[in-house]
Design a protein. Structure first.
Length: 156
């Protein structure tokens, strides 16, 4: 990360659980990256990272030294561009919508880390019905609320 400013990254227990589910090497897209905390932490671990946001305004809020993309979910990526994707802090129904709108990108991914803010059961049922394999499932408490983190492999 030569020449990049050293931003301080503060991670909540939920975001630390998301990071723990991401494989140790390769490339990743942080979909709906928000302020970029997860993307920055992944880059510091040595992964190649693309951070996406839906709008130009959202992209502008991401740290300037990140590889930023504006677009709707996985549609901001090309098939094969990254090894995996993180979709954290979105609703389960939104995650389903994002995955179904980009079948070519999803088919090119080796893994997904998903952290739904609500409708976790609906997401897990949809993943099962669609042929995804949940490889890892964990729960973390934050502010008195349980958050589910899943690592899943898209159908072959």
């Amino acid at each position: 990360m030569p020449g990049a400013a050293r931003q301080r990254v503060r991670l909540t227990p939920r975001l630390r659980a998301v990071l723990a589910a991401v494989p140790a090497a390769g490339s990743v897209a942080d979909i709906g990256a928000g302020g970029g905390q997860v993307a920055l932490a992944l880059r510091r671990r040595g992964l190649e990272v693309i951070a996406t946001e839906l709008t130009e305004a959202g992209c502008a809020l991401l740290p300037a030294d990140l590889n930023r993309r504006c677009g709707d979910g996985l549609q901001a990526l090309l098939p094969g561009e990254v090894d995996g994707a993180v979709l954290a802090g979105l609703g389960g129904h939104s995650i389903i919508r994002i995955l179904t709108r980009s079948p070519a990108v999803v088919a090119s991914l080796a893994w997904l880390v998903l952290q739904p803010q609500q409708h976790s059961d609906a997401l897990e049922q949809w993943l099962s019905d669609a042929g995804y394999k949940v490889e890892q499932r964990s729960a973390v408490m934050e502010r008195g609320r349980s958050h589910t983190v899943l690592r899943a492999r898209p159908p072959a």
